[in-house]
Write a protein that binds this ligand. Structure first.
Ligand SMILES: [Ca+2]
Length: 95
């Protein structure tokens, strides 16, 4: 892809983030030429996270004897949200 400084000035050059990963860094290398000399630079892009992933839940069920308490572990029930901090993922009991 080749473009001119005037394309940048007119807003014709855009970056579109399309990766589904939660990697918050991207970038690309580019060359600038005046027709004789060439310079190379890297454009670093910091991605601002957006909370747009739905939590995923693994529910393996639980077996317990009548009258006995049993701790629910992450092997029984686990919620994962790729773009939300662990401390912010809550499970609510509802009836
Ligand atoms: Ca989320």
């Amino acid at each position: 892809m080749e473009f001119l400084q005037s394309d940048i000035n007119r807003g014709f050059v855009k970056y579109v983030h399309t990766s589904a990963s939660e990697d918050l860094h991207d970038g690309f290398k580019f060359h600038v030429s005046d027709g004789t000399n060439l310079a190379t630079q890297t454009m670093s892009i910091r991605i601002e996270s957006v909370d747009d992933s739905v939590p995923m839940v693994t529910n393996n069920g639980l077996r317990a004897q009548a009258g006995v308490r049993k701790v629910i572990t992450e092997f029984d029930l686990k919620a994962v949200d790729l773009d939300t901090k662990v401390r912010c993922v809550c499970l609510y009991k509802c009836q």
